[in-house]
Design a protein around this ligand. Structure first.
Ligand SMILES: *Cc1c(COP(=O)(O)O)cnc(C)c1O
Length: 420
């Protein structure tokens, strides 16, 4: 089949996506205004970009990017740090910083993201330093029809519960991302049924997809990765934590040590790329969202099961696409890799990634290693053979990736004809 036919087909999907694209533009505009306002409020200038060394006492670049993040997430305080190694690390710092022996952690939205299993201690070796090793209990309220079940959450709460974890994004699960109303609902139930407990949001992949963030919805603390949405594709590493001041301080004591907290920590690389990345983030997220909508429209029209639907609400940047088996799934992921600006000749293989229970195949032909705000695809090799496509620094690159994937699936005999 001629390549042009694929391009024409995808142009059709693009035309059908225009209403969604306009909604995404409007979120981008409002978030850009919020970011600009925060930069102005904090008088960002060249001096914030200077590197620091040693203890980093009074590092104004570090402290100001953290204050800006707090403002954007609707929170009192934040820490943004290159020393936070990943989103998982940021989440772990919050959990270990806040929870004490005898406390119970409750997940409000079913099983949390895979990498949390070993932190909680529901998998992995006893003695590995998990929450369970410190006698911190865990239970979860299962989702009902893919949505938060507030009744089940209420039943899971008692006065031992210190923290209720809410994962905003779908992660690697076939379920919708949480809406602001879902998060508000969880906050309301926790305030009423366990007034001593805090609500913590795993905000990975959620930042800037809407104009409200968890802090605006009443969450007490949240964490995320700087090589996902809020780094705008430019931050080279890092994570953030934002929330109520006393909770951010507890987390900071775990990040460094009690008594030192967020007061130390230098960065010889300087924070310029964090500032520029945060400034770009509303735009970059919009590019990723448009890529996701286009993929949904195109693969939906080809008869694939997709989540969310092309015209569905989005609270994360992930597009899930279900394939009919492992081989087809692997073909898709390899096509995304081949359409990448970096390591395009690499052929991804499923591997046992640290922190994941099943072999995972990943396409990440990215400038920042493993950065999933760049066009990338992940798939655990397990039922229902779903690939999770996310990112795209530019929409046009995202579109080329979608086209390349469709071409490869045609070549592999998985797609027999294009509709229309
Ligand atoms: C990516 C992600 C994480 C973990 O982040 P890493 O940076 O890969 O450690 C946690 N939760 C969700 C929902 C994620 O998407």
């Amino acid at each position: 089949m001629a390549g042009d036919a694929v391009s024409r087909f995808v142009s059709g999907a693009e035309r059908e996506s225009q209403t969604r694209f306009e909604m995404i533009d409007s979120v981008e505009r409002e978030n850009t205004a919020r970011v600009l306002e925060a930069f102005k409020n904090h008088r960002v200038s060249q001096r914030h970009f200077s590197p620091s060394t040693g203890y980093g006492y009074g590092d104004i670049g570090r402290d100001t990017i953290s204050d800006i993040m707090a403002e954007l997430m609707g929170c009192e305080a934040a820490v943004v740090r290159p020393q936070i190694a990943s989103g998982t690390h940021a989440l772990a710092i919050c959990l270990f910083g806040i929870l004490r022996p005898g406390d119970v952690l409750v997940s409000a939205a079913g099983k949390p993201y895979d990498t949390l299993d070993e932190i909680i201690g529901s998998s992995g070796e006893p003695g590995s330093g998990s929450l369970a090793d410190y006698s911190i209990g865990y239970r979860q309220a299962e989702l009902k029809d893919g949505r938060v079940d507030l009744g089940a959450l209420e039943r899971a709460l008692d006065d031992k519960v210190k923290l209720v974890l809410v994962q905003r994004s779908r992660g690697y699960d076939w379920r919708p991302s949480l809406t602001p109303d879902d998060i508000r609902g969880v906050v309301e139930v926790v305030r009423r049924a366990a007034p001593g407990a805090y609500v913590m949001v795993d905000n990975c992949y959620g930042e800037f997809t809407l104009t409200s963030e968890p802090g605006h919805l009443g969450a007490d603390i949240m964490a995320g990765s700087m090589i996902k949405n809020p780094g705008g594709g430019l931050a080279p590493t890092g994570g953030y934590i934002a929330g109520r001041r006393e909770l951010v301080e507890l987390a900071s004591s775990r990040l460094t040590s009690p008594g030192i907290g967020g007061e130390v920590g230098s960065y010889a690389g300087g924070y310029q790329s964090f500032y520029q990345g945060l400034f770009m983030a509303p735009h970059t997220v919009a590019q990723a969202l448009k890529t996701a909508v286009l993929a949904a429209a195109a693969f939906g029209a080809l008869g694939y099961e997709i989540s969310p639907p092309a015209d569905g609400g989005r609270q994360d940047i992930i597009q899930a696409i279900k394939f009919r088996g492992a081989e087809e799934l692997i073909s898709f992921v390899r096509a995304i890799q081949a359409a990448s600006p970096v390591d395009s000749e690499a052929v991804p293989e499923p591997w046992d990634m640290p922190g994941y229970q099943h072999p995972v195949i990943m396409a990440a032909g990215t400038f920042v290693s493993g950065a999933s705000i760049e066009l990338s695809a992940d798939a655990p090799i397990r039922e229902p053979y779903a690939a999770y496509l996310q990112g795209g620094l530019t929409y046009q690159h995202g579109r080329l990736g979608v086209e390349a994937a469709i071409r490869r699936l045609i070549e592999g005999g998985y797609i027999e004809g294009l509709p229309g």
